[in-house]
Design a protein around this ligand. Structure first.
Ligand code: SAM
Length: 206
């Protein structure tokens, strides 16, 4: 199978494969005041993990891509910040501790449906009372770009992500189209659902 385009940009220290830090991550960092333990699942080259570590959080982050983790660690060294980052397939990941904030940005739709359904249940279980999940996924309202078809195995239905978080406090839910251009030069439109939700068990309100 052809490797996804990000494997090439992860090799390039100067590129920003998925842009800058996500806006909701910046806002959460301000709200949570740099306190707590974060897990970034499928962290890629670490745009969100590095920012949160720099803001004072204790950050664990993993990705299946060796190139992504190498780039993240090289950036962390340059920035003189610490991120506990490692290579792992999310399907093999076992939680060994709870987290205040768990992020998975643009990853779950790359896994088969059964895997991400199981994982989201685990993610919720391992979020402390009052803790937060940030999940962004592609949904099925537009066709998948040709270069991603071999990699996208479990598109979400529109709204399905929010249904999985029924009973949690929804901090924000966005359904939007991202205009994108992969390095092959072809423009794409990705329909995305992004959810920020808080474990309703008693914790600090945000
Ligand atoms: C679209 S990128 C998003 C990267 C990062 N979350 C961000 O927002 O910048 C998807 C990432 O998921 C990773 N990935 C795909 N399948 C994975 C798996 N089974 N386990 C862990 N990471 C995986 C890829 O290597 C890639 O880095």
């Amino acid at each position: 199978m052809e490797r996804p385009y990000w494997e090439d940009t992860y090799r390039d220290q100067t590129s920003r494969t998925f842009g800058l830090v996500s806006q909701e991550i910046i806002e959460l960092a301000e709200t949570l005041l740099g306190e707590g333990r974060v897990l970034d699942m499928g962290c890629g080259e670490g745009r969100n993990a590095l920012f949160l570590a720099g803001a004072g959080f204790t950050v664990d982050a993993f990705d299946i891509s060796e190139q992504g983790i190498d780039k993240l660690l090289a950036t962390a060294e340059r920035m003189e910040i610490n991120v506990n980052a490692w290579v792992e397939d999310m399907r093999d990941f076992e939680f060994s501790r709870p987290y205040d904030l768990i992020i998975s940005h643009g990853v779950f739709h790359l896994l088969p449906r059964d895997d991400w359904q199981r994982l989201i249940h685990r993610v919720k279980e391992y979020t402390v009372p009052g803790g937060v999940n940030v999940v962004a996924v592609f949904v099925d309202t537009l066709p998948t770009p040709a270069d991603l078809i071999p990699h996208v195995k479990g598109l979400f239905r529109e709204g399905e992500l929010a249904e999985l978080y029924a009973g949690w406090n929804v901090v924000s839910f966005e359904s939007y189209i991202k205009e994108d251009e992969h390095p092959n030069g072809v423009k794409h439109r990705h329909p995305i659902n992004k959810l920020v939700a808080q474990n309703p068990e008693v914790g600090m309100p945000i």
